[in-house]
Ligand binder design. Structure first.
Ligand SMILES: C[S@@+](CC[C@H](N)C(=O)[O-])C[C@H]1O[C@@H](n2cnc3c(N)ncnc32)[C@H](O)[C@@H]1O
Length: 373
């Protein structure tokens, strides 16, 4: 693979994830699980000094970051909260509703990987985020550049502007490890990776045979620069096309492989807007069998919309697998608060599937409808 970039990677942006060697994804491999866990530990240890940055800070609650936001690119514009009349929950302090849009899979899939450096996790490829950020910092965008905003405000989250999708958060690794341990089945399922960022959860479902996978992130730039490239990087297009040693019959299957990423759909925008968009696109919207979501419950002001999203989009017998830190310091969100919120509404049953009690305490929980039928 040739990389086309003519800049230096600044030290402070150097990768925090070391490549680990390639390998096909097998969900029951204990070797992969232990590699994944050590990767996770390494990742956490290296960033423990900046762990507080993981947690949204007090100042994120100030609406000033939103008020100061530059006009967004094309359809990336925030709408007023009042425009969402469908939500049952009040939008206390929720400053804006970013319009949702679908990101169409580009025709030239390889072009999406230009300027990207691809790294490897067990069974997964992903674009090096430091390189992505460096390119985005160097390029001048007509609209809002969430990377420069995030750098200038020294934070990974700016409420209503940038919600953190340009990094792989720790609980994603927890959920990936859980998939292997619990032998989670994806085959034939319609899956949503909600608040996807890098999209590694949805990509794992994609590789595990899910029939349709939707990716949603708040920020359009995250989808274009990270999620979409990651899905394409995991589609093995290059290997199939370049392997001239493969018999013709095998190479003819190239078109099948090229079709594969088209099982995936990509959306950006705020959750209630995303709901409206997907529900309006298809007359008979088929709800998701499985919703995967990691580190999306840090902001209690979003709980109403998140709960509503599960309510509207999850199939009656569907399952939400949610990974989260126990508590997000400085903001007040966390697992217990969210479980309490969900239980008070009486629609979903919550069940703790796993507690990860190393470093910052983390949880994997499941939500299912109390009365499926
Ligand atoms: C902290 S990041 C986690 C990213 C990724 N799931 C991970 O674990 O690496 C939170 C994600 O939730 C999404 N998100 C948070 N609040 C949102 C909201 N109100 N509407 C839409 N998306 C939201 C953002 O797009 C962001 O990618």
């Amino acid at each position: 693979m040739t990389f086309q970039f003519n800049f230096t990677i600044e030290d402070h942006l150097e990768s925090k994830l070391a490549p680990l060697g390639d390998g096909a994804l097998t969900l029951d491999s204990s070797k992969e699980l232990s590699v994944l866990e050590s990767q996770k530990r390494e990742h956490r240890d290296r960033k423990c000094s900046i762990e507080q940055l993981d947690s949204p800070r007090d100042h994120l609650w100030e609406n000033k970051s939103v008020e100061n936001a530059a006009p967004s690119q094309d359809t990336d514009s925030p709408l007023t909260a009042a425009s969402d009349s469908d939500n049952l929950e009040p939008h206390k302090k929720q400053p804006c509703l970013r319009a949702a849009k679908e990101h169409v899979m580009p025709k030239d899939l390889k072009k999406v990987l230009e300027n990207k450096v691809i790294e490897t996790l067990p069974g997964l490829q992903h674009a090096n985020l430091s390189v992505v950020k460096t390119v985005l910092l160097k390029d001048s965008f007509p609209g809002e550049n969430i990377v420069s905003k995030s750098f200038s405000s020294h934070t990974d989250l700016i409420t209503g502007v940038y919600e953190g999708g340009l990094k792989i958060w720790e609980c994603t690794f927890d959920l990936l490890a859980y998939f292997i341990k619990a032998k989670v089945k994806f085959a034939g399922k319609k899956v949503l990776d909600l608040g996807c960022g890098s999209g590694l959860l949805g990509i794992t479902a994609f590789k595990g045979g899910a029939k349709e996978i939707h990716f949603q992130d708040y920020n359009s730039m995250v989808i274009d620069e990270v999620t979409l490239p990651n899905v394409i990087a995991n589609s093995n297009l290059e290997d199939e096309e370049n392997d001239v040693n493969k018999p013709d019959v095998k190479r003819c299957r190239k078109s099948d492989v090229v079709q594969e990423p088209y099982k995936c759909q990509f959306y950006s925008g705020e959750w209630s807007e995303f709901c409206k968009l997907v529900l309006s696109r298809e007359k008979l919207f088929v709800k998701y069998d499985l919703i995967l979501t990691s580190e999306t419950i840090y902001n209690p002001d979003y709980y109403g919309t998140l709960h509503q999203t599960f309510l509207r989009l999850l199939g009656k017998n569907g399952q939400v697998l949610l990974a989260s830190k126990a508590h997000y310091f400085g903001v007040g969100g966390g697992v217990h608060l969210f479980q309490k919120f969900v239980e008070e509404r009486g629609v979903f049953e919550t069940r703790t599937l796993e507690i990860i009690d190393e470093g910052l305490k983390r949880f994997i929980i499941e939500l299912t409808f109390k009365c499926p039928s």
